[in-house]
Ligand binder design. Structure first.
Ligand code: GLN
Ligand code: ZN
Length: 757
């Protein structure tokens, strides 16, 4: 019999109950017991929805983050967060303070970074040579007993020791692997306690197995799992997000009772695993896509699973590819989607149902689920054929792309000369990244308009007033290249998705990004086209108010792709090219409307980077190509800007240069210009504005601080190529902060002009 299990369920709640409970608790309006009660109710509900599985995950639930939970289980928290109350310490690491703490006395929150190639952020464990571990298993033991009380078979979920070390950061330069012996002692105790509870299987997540590992890390894996072997509990070693690839052979030899792989992203591993795994090892295949929201093609999946079941018999287990943390909870809440669209989608609850159906078909024959198989086949056929999805004209336009489409007419040196002649900008030109403060008033008008509570003319009038005020403020500040301020935009991807064909939007399709923060990614379901211009009227209006150039402001194709759920029936590259063509048309329309500077934002370009080095080149190639398709239709004299932030770009500098944007504005001030190290070895060829104002902080930078950052920059980059701008858009800041900060920024540019006469 094929056994069914799940790696993890979204914990935020179908109605984001956890988010609201957390935020009330943090604000001090509810107490800890209310929060903990909400949490245990959510767990009970989520287990209920998974009750048909042979094993339910326990410990996947988290109040904030599963890596932080693991740190607590291991008794490894930064000493600055310590205190008598465990929950307080927990939130101090998570957010810098606990509800009762004095406003003055916060501590530095733990650093956050992306969980492998997902948009989920975890709290980075902090290591140094004095790091000690001391098991504290209360949380897991409690949850195990909760699940047992519900009559379910619990399978505790923990992060494996090697991935845990790989996720952390050494604070003193010491090698985290040196901590392994001490760490393994804690893991042994942990597993022993599970065994004492009568637990049969423990899920040990080791997603680091799908990354490039050097011999020190390979040895660490071997050492760790040989040491843990002595504990009498069955271990399911879990990998996901990518293939084991060149790690596969030695992974097969690790002494564990089961291995899980992501059968969606590591399909190429399956044949080898079937041949190489020891004769008694369980192979758990993640056959339901845990990273995307499309209904599984059940028949197609059974077609390849059935022969495997013949070979593996009881050794075959089924699960989603990874934790369902990365998808929303339930399509049933999506009352605004039509019945056809709904059949295409599958959120966490639906994925558990699909898994159950697959298990039934394998164990009792396809006939036992005939009706469900038919319904599923209809949904699959509708996605394959629907005219709402497939637009021959869009496909033809992508097929007709030639290298010409991604090339500007002339090289940068020629273009910039023409641009300088027409724009007549001073040296060290000043600009901003696009958005200006989004006041409560702006948000209200936008919301009222969306809800049909105010007329379009009322809305347009108010937006124009905002644009007008924004242009006046920038002129008063003496900024050189202006922006319209993006008052009409709620979100830089949603704004474009809503105006393009091929996107759909959910009401409750929330996915946890970090802590209580969730995002609601748009869903790209069909071929993408642009029924009409999206930004031209606002840009034209803004430009009509000033003699100075006003930048047209667009989101780039790669960012739109990387921040959406993307269709799985064609390559990401093809979908990205379709978006690029739509943006290209918008760029042309802006140029026709006499907008002389156009910015195409690509903050998320690095987020699509594959985990394996060997795959990165290909991704960067088509990502860069997509940007260039969007950007290259203009005359030489039209200046193309791009903007990047949120990540460290040092290792993809060559690809960034390949974008061939005339100007890039890029986040650097937050890291004190760490980026500039990349320019010691790499000569960035075009104009560049390293951000000098950290917009994530309420602090107002002084002129002197910004001059010094720019001086630092001019050591690596020619002064005539440098722009002066903030790190990112200003929409989260207030005008009170923005005006003085930009005054100082403009003053800094003027000082530099004087110094570099
Ligand atoms: N133009 C956008 C803004 O200013 C860019 C946002 C971003 O880079 N995340 O808000
Ligand atoms: Zn930005």
């Amino acid at each position: 019999m094929a056994k069914l299990h799940n790696l993890g369920f979204p914990r935020i709640g179908a109605q984001r109950e956890l988010k609201f409970a957390l935020e009330k608790y943090w604000a001090g309006s509810t107490d800890a017991s209310t929060l903990l009660h909400c949490a245990s109710q959510l767990r009970a509900q989520h287990w209920q929805w998974q009750a048909a599985l042979d094993y339910v995950p326990v410990g996947d639930f988290s109040l904030y983050d599963q890596v932080l939970d693991m740190s607590f289980t291991l008794g490894h928290i930064p000493s600055r967060a310590a205190g008598d109350n465990a929950l307080d310490s927990y939130f101090r690491v998570a957010r810098g303070r606990a509800p009762g703490d004095d406003a003055c006395c916060g501590v530095a929150a733990g650093e956050m970074t992306k969980w492998f190639n997902t948009n989920y952020h975890y709290i980075v464990p902090e290591f140094d040579k004095n790091t000690r571990f001391e098991l504290n298993n209360e949380r897991l033991l409690k949850q195990i007993s909760e699940a047992k009380q519900q009559g379910l078979q619990p399978k505790p979920v923990i992060i494996g020791p090697i991935t845990y070390l790989a996720l952390g950061k050494s604070k003193d330069g010491s090698d985290p692997l040196a901590l392994l012996p001490a760490l393994l002692e804690a893991y042994k105790k942990l597993l022993t306690q599970f065994a004492d509870q009568g637990i049969e299987w423990v899920q040990i997540d080791e997603p680091a197995l799908v990354t490039d590992l050097n011999s020190a890390w390979v040895n660490a894996y071997e050492l760790a799992y040989h040491q843990l072997k002595s504990v009498g509990i069955k271990k399911l070693l879990t990998s996901y997000f990518d293939r084991l690839g060149n790690n596969l052979q030695w992974v097969c030899e690790l002494p564990v009772e089961g291995l899980h792989i992501d059968a969606i992203n590591a399909a190429s591993d399956i044949t080898k695993l079937v041949d190489w795994l020891p004769a008694h090892t369980i192979l758990s295949l993640g056959v339901i896509d845990g990273r995307n929201i499309w209904a599984t093609d059940l028949q197609k999946t059974l077609d390849w699973l059935e022969p495997l079941q013949q070979k593996l018999g009881d050794r075959l287990w089924l699960a989603p590819s990874c934790s369902l943390l990365h998808v929303p909870v339930d399509t049933a809440a999506e009352t605004t989607l039509d019945s056809e669209q709904l059949t295409w989608l599958s959120f966490a609850r639906q994925k558990i149902e699909e898994l159950t159906l697959l298990g039934q078909a394998l164990n009792y024959g396809r006939d036992s689920i005939a009706a469900s198989l038919n319904r599923n086949a209809e949904a699959v056929a509708s996605r394959r054929q629907s005219k709402r999805i497939h637009k021959p004209a869009v496909k033809a336009a992508v097929d007709a792309l030639t290298p010409q489409h991604s090339r500007r007419n002339s090289p940068f040196t020629q273009r910039i000369a023409l641009q300088q002649a027409s724009l007549k900008l001073p040296r060290f030109p000043t600009t901003t990244i696009g958005s200006f403060p989004q006041t409560p008033n702006i948000r209200k008008i936008r919301k009222d308009f969306k809800n049909g509570e105010v007329s379009e003319s009322h809305y347009v009038k108010h937006m124009k007033a905002e644009i007008h005020a924004c242009i006046q403020k920038q002129e008063a500040l003496d900024i050189d290249v202006l922006v319209h301020g993006e008052a009409e935009r709620n979100d830089m991807v949603e704004y474009f998705g809503e105006q393009l064909d091929g996107f759909l939007f959910t009401r409750f399709g929330w996915v946890q990004s970090y802590g209580s923060r969730c995002v609601k990614p748009p869903i790209i379901y069909g071929d993408i086209s642009r029924p009409q211009a999206m930004t031209v009227k606002w840009a034209e209006y803004a430009q009509s108010l000033s003699q100075r150039p006003v930048k047209g402001m667009l989101t780039g194709p790669v960012t739109i792709l990387n921040w959406s759920f993307v269709r799985d029936d064609q390559s990401r590259q093809t979908t990205c090219a379709q978006i690029a063509l739509a943006i290209r048309d918008e760029v042309k329309d802006l140029e026709r409307a006499h907008i002389r500077v156009i910015q195409i934002d690509e903050p998320a370009i690095r987020e699509g980077l594959p985990l394996r080095q060997a795959d990165r080149h290909r991704y960067l190639q088509w990502a860069v190509e997509s940007f260039r398709i969007a950007a290259s239709a203009v005359q030489d004299g039209t200046q193309i800007h791009t903007h990047m932030c949120y990540s460290d770009f040092n290792d993809i500098m060559a690809a960034i240069a390949d974008l061939d944007a005339d100007v890039i504005t890029i986040e650097t001030s937050r890291s004190d210009m760490e980026l500039l190290q990349a320019f010691e070895t790499f000569q960035y060829p075009n104009d560049i504005g390293p951000g000098v104002y950290d917009i994530h902080s309420p602090n107002i930078p002084t002129t002197a601080a910004m001059v010094s950052l720019l001086e630092k920059a001019s050591r690596y980059l020619p002064a005539e190529r440098l722009w002066v701008n903030p790190d990112c858009g200003l929409k989260t800041r207030s005008w009170d902060e923005t005006v003085p900060a930009l005054e100082n920024m403009v003053a800094a540019a003027k000082q530099l002009r004087a110094m570099h006469q």
